[in-house]
Design a protein around this ligand. Structure first.
Ligand code: SIN
Length: 287
């Protein structure tokens, strides 16, 4: 383990796609200096998704890294791993047949009053093929949006809720408990709650405008009839997730990825049947 923090050695290599960059020249087992955290935060705000390959991290390291960027977020509905309050396992066993976890586009826990600023995900067991994570840049999506659509969403408040996923009747609710899912998901009536957020939102740190959340956790638009809202949200979703706004992230074991939930949507992908996949996840709470 290194002990000397040298932010000057950090290299940030953009992915060449719409967002995302790979960071080398820093050992995340170290206590990061304020100067290093500032360099990494600036890169994170610019590229929205940072990948740190070749990092041999313990859960203590993952937690310490997370806390360098903000407080822990509040992670409902998924039990933490034993012995930790703030680490959850994104896990799929080799022979598991339950529907994939997090396969729909979303911004993590966007139904909260103060959704997490970011998420850290550390690859432990990575399948030889498949299991990529997709990220859709919501600043790019807004910047390129035709005014015919932008005019219909500007100034509108979206109604967010976890009910479609985590209510007892939801996707991960009572019916899901009968599957062979290896993740410890805990559905709850509290998922019925709703929370308003602007569809077009200023990023709290950069001030840059972007689209926040998407249909799924968004279940309606404040002041709009359900059918009209559904149509608009589906049209918006198709725009938000167009190929040109998407960065495809290929995982490696011992790779940490941090993303900015205020700037991107993300989703899991399959394609690794017969192989296990395990990652440990923390969230960075809103400052
Ligand atoms: C997540 O949404 O946290 C999981 C993403 C993934 O499994 O690729």
């Amino acid at each position: 383990m290194g002990t000397i923090d040298t932010p000057g050695q950090i290299t940030v290599e953009p992915s060449g796609q719409v967002c995302g960059a790979t960071v080398t020249g820093v050992d995340l087992r170290d206590e990061l200096s304020p100067a290093t955290v500032a360099v990494l935060r600036a890169a994170w705000l610019e590229h929205h998704v940072l990948a740190f390959p070749g990092q041999l991290l313990t859960d203590d390291d993952l937690e310490r890294f997370t806390l360098a960027f903000g407080p822990f977020g509040d992670d409902p509905y998924v039990a933490p791993i034993p012995g930790r309050e703030h680490v959850i396992a994104i896990r799929r066993d080799a022979d598991e047949t339950a529907p994939l976890f997090a396969e729909n586009w979303h911004s993590d826990w966007s139904f909260q009053e103060r959704p997490p600023a970011g998420t850290c995900l550390y690859g432990i067991t990575i399948p030889p093929t498949g299991g990529d994570t997709l990220f859709a840049d919501q600043h790019a999506a807004l910047d390129a949006m035709p005014s015919s659509l932008r005019d219909r969403v500007a100034g509108r408040m979206a109604i967010h809720s976890a009910r479609g996923g985590y209510a007892p009747s939801g996707m991960y609710g009572e019916a899901d408990r009968a599957t062979d899912r290896s993740m410890d998901i805990r559905p709850d009536d509290s998922a019925m709650a709703t929370q308003l957020h602007p569809i077009v939102r200023e990023h709290p740190e950069t001030g840059r405008l972007g689209l926040f959340g998407c249909v799924g956790y968004i279940i309606g638009i404040d002041g709009m009839a359900d059918d009209d809202a559904r149509d608009l949200l589906v049209e918006l979703y198709h725009w938000q997730t167009r190929d040109e706004f998407v960065y495809r992230h290929r995982w490696e074991p011992d790779m940490l990825v941090m993303w900015d939930n205020r700037s991107v949507l993300h989703r899991a992908t399959g394609g690794y049947d017969g192989h296990a996949r395990l990652l440990h996840r923390t969230t960075i709470g809103a400052a």
